[in-house]
Design a protein around this ligand. Sequence first.
Ligand code: GCV
Length: 822
Amino acid sequence: MALVAAPAFAENGHAAWLRYAPLAPDAAARAGAEVPRALYRLGDEVPLQRAEDELRKGVQGMLGRPLEPVNALPASGAVVVGTLASIRAAAPALAPAGELPADAFWLRTVHQGNASFTVIAGGDVRGTLYGAFAWLRKVAQGELLDPLDDREVPYAPVRWVNQWDNLNGTIERGYGGASLFWANGKVRDDLTRAGEYGRLLASVGINAVSINNVNANPLVLSPEFVPQIAKVADVMRPWGVRVAIAIDFGSPQSVGKLATYDPLDPGVAAWWKARTDALYAAIPDFAGFVLKADSEGRVGPSTYHRTHADAANVVARALKPHGGILFYRGFVYDHHMDWRNLKNDRARAAYDNFHPLDGQFDDNVIIQIKHGPIDFQVREPASPLFAGLEKTNEAIELQITQEYFGQARHAVFIAPMWKEVLDFDMRAHDQPSPVKAIVAGRVFHRPLGGFVGVANVGDDDNWTNNHLSQANLYAFGRLAWNPDLSAADIASEWTRQTFGTDPPVGRTLGELLLTSWRTYENYTGPLGLQNLTDITGNHYSVAVEASEENGWGQWHRADANGVGMDRSVATGTGFVGQYPPAVAKMYESIDTTPDDLLLFMHHVPYTQRLKSGPTVIQYIYDSHYAGAEAVANYVAMWKGLRGLVDDERYQAVLKQLEYQAGQAIVWRDAVTRWFHKESGISDEQGRVGRYPGRIEAESAALQGYQLTTVQPWEAASGSGAIECRTTSCTATFTYSGTAGTHDIAVEYFDVNTGAAHYRVRIGGRVVAEWTADDHIPSRKLDGGSSSRYVIAGIALKPGDEIEIEGTPNGQETAALDYVEIR
Ligand code: GCV
């Protein structure tokens, strides 16, 4: 086990998985012998120059010696970089026998006498660049570099990311800082970071980026935006990344000042054509448009009683002469549904809206379908629409940004979930038809299709706020390139490049990443309940009932007798009938529906037994305790890596995991107490409602502090919390446990305005103080703002008084929920 060498650069996460850090000595020695010393590049196109730069930077960084560029093929051997055609023309003996399509590459070693050549050949210049990154990935992971004969062809042509970046620089559902593209209503003057992002995207094979929010500002289609979008395209092009924009369907009227945006109006069609032509005049490789219409308040063809096909085709026809693509989002639903009608079901919406239109969309239209029928919940079945379109191009939309996955404050590696959906067999026409093959156009023989990810980057130093969230961007790119890769392989690749090849680091991060989705699901919404979060608010804080009794349709229908949505054909909403017969049959019956989706498909009594053994209610209790325990264990596991990863990222990840461990307890207690109260059924293990060592703030001796209720009630322990509405207050807790050394957890509230101060004294001595100045996504006392400060290793004896002095600031009332002494 090697202690990590001091890096030559700041380990702030900016380098992401492209650190090119020195290899461990044995791997460096072997690679040093395998890698030629010269680099010969064929061709001058910019992506080829970038490939050369990367290779030189990578070899210098990882092997500590240069890769010298040469102007002619040296007899003594070289790394040879170029398109297959150019290598075949210049050095036929080095070229592999066979062909390569666009974006594909071939890596091989060739020996001629004592000379050895590493050949990086691309189907085109972009493929060559991908080949360079793929080879560097091997070097970084300490893989064998000679012999080599790897031909890789991307699984699908579409490998895009969507930014939900607003023109003012904020990012909808973005947790990694401000936009890399926009500020103050226009393109940023300095696009350096955007260019660096292009490099990250290219390194995992992503070939296009849509640079503004799908809730699109119509202004992006105005003439003054053309040169701005062109500036972004200029910084992306060297990396083989094409640029697209999201558009607003009402633009012919709002920007073009036409009387209508009716898609069948010839003037509207002419307007789309003129604006599209102007974009292509400035950006000949412009990729296309993304369109969210008739969804969540966006205008669409329904204004004129036209269809989604009418809407899509008028825009697609403007793009067609230029080879552009229109992504029309399948995320269309009514968010004012009557919740009292048990037959209403948002999950039906995508299929109901688009299946009847199959075959009516032009060939350069792709229906972009969210992976599940609702909205990126912690667990959903694959959308039935994937099998519901046979004569229409499709792409799957995966959400990389962690909107419902702890907003980059919780560590959740989403690749295992994506894999489950991509590998799910829809049994279309009773034939093997995994979702990945359908969206790639392989099942219904479509010309276009693939993968779209809603990206998670911003201008934070480390791009994604939480260092571990970078793994999701990496994984999306790798799965879009090859969805047959396993989540474990991807986690391992990412870890070795990002944190080094030390085996304990790989083991710990492997376990943490690969279990993190199940862990998060366990404490936020098991059995297909979906996220039990604040649906009409921040999508972050626990709030079990927030999804009920409103029109948004993310209902779980829990009441005193049972829980779950009945989506069966026989007695429910009929959603299950949207799947091909074999899948519909499985979901129709409680007996054959997998436990993980039981409450998504059926309404059952709490006493319903799962196939895995426990009753539904007991599973809800158990999974929440298991989830919270798993996160506590992540903290312990991570602490085992001290000294094995650089201190900068070690500390940052530790802090984040400790925070997550506290939040997992808040979720655990809130959800289990809510279901306990609602169902009236006790936890077999007697944990729910019994919290050893906990002293509620309501029962402390209060000076200045006042009792307050918390909304929702389940987010605070006991009957509520206390808050200070004067300049300073004190709560005194009397310890009555055994004498010894203990940890004291203080559960307090840190809302995102103000910075209250807390000081803890025992026997008159200050043992801890801190300021609540985090920017948690909550403005009020709730589960999201509930935070935990742990004071470790304090000697306590019965009768000791723990005095907490709170000093409010701004909107922060120095609120407290409880202390827990363990
Ligand atoms: C960009 C969900 C999100 C919205 C998002 C929308 C969409 O509703 O909460 O922020 O809007 O999905 O995908 O269009």
